[in-house]
Design a binder for this molecule. Sequence first.
Ligand code: SAM
Length: 290
Amino acid sequence: MSALAARRSNDSGREFDLSAAALSEIIGLVRSDTGIHLTDAKGELIYSRLAKRLRVCGLADFGSYLALIKSKPGIAEREEMVSAITTNVTNFNREPHHFEHFRQTALPDLVSKLRQGKSVRIWSAGCSDGREPFTLAFAILDAFPDAAKSDFRILATDIDKKSLATASSGIYSSDKIRHLPDAVAKKWFDNSGDELRVKDTARQLIRFNRLNLMGDWPMRRKFDAMFCRNVLIYFENDVQSKLFSRFADGLNDQAYMYIGHSERVIGPAEQLFKPVGITTYQFHANGHAT
Ligand SMILES: C[S@@+](CC[C@H](N)C(=O)[O-])C[C@H]1O[C@@H](n2cnc3c(N)ncnc32)[C@H](O)[C@@H]1O
């Protein structure tokens, strides 16, 4: 019997043995590394995402994989584990109502600030492979083609190194832009072999950085708008609540905040974020009257 067949013949019928104890340890590590709250009910998802890593590492069971990611030499693999576990679903112009609101309501004031020589900062937190901040860059450049010559920057951050590598390259397969109108595709993308590359005019507006929302944030300047969409949904309520308070500390008064379709602002900061549209809020540093 081959080694693979021998592995498949373990009690669970799975290629690799994942004991309840190993599953709960993985859930604990994921939570402490990322804030992502998984339960035993996600066992199948955890198994299928990490089984690939066991194959790459040539390991026979999850016990050995745990030993590796807890060891010093296993630091790089621990990051691979984070990459494998994070859900990175995104799209250009995802949840289009946010970008409509941004273009129509937020942008005019931001452009006016830039024209006055003031700085404008936008944060895309949990930007995945960059399609969200690039959609923002396209909107900015449509309204203010000279944005790169002014004090304007989009900070785009994520915990997942692999997604950030794609984001920094600005290169996407054609299926990722298929839903965009031809005029938009032509305007913002160059051909790069079989793929498409976001034009430099848009790329130069964005700084992609690795940042774990659970850790320290090095940014000192406050933001004029923030997108943190479909990220907090993976965290428990008390973590979300703390993060909204931290976001509040990092926003300029009147800044717009966009969150994912199944998320809502919770916790003490709720009184500072006035709902102004579908999962769209305006930050009021002194609170808002409902
Ligand atoms: C579903 S994607 C959302 C992408 C984009 N915001 C959107 O809505 O299209 C969630 C992203 O959050 C990131 N993420 C998860 N936990 C994180 C953490 N603790 N710090 C920073 N990013 C995190 C994941 O890596 C993933 O790319």
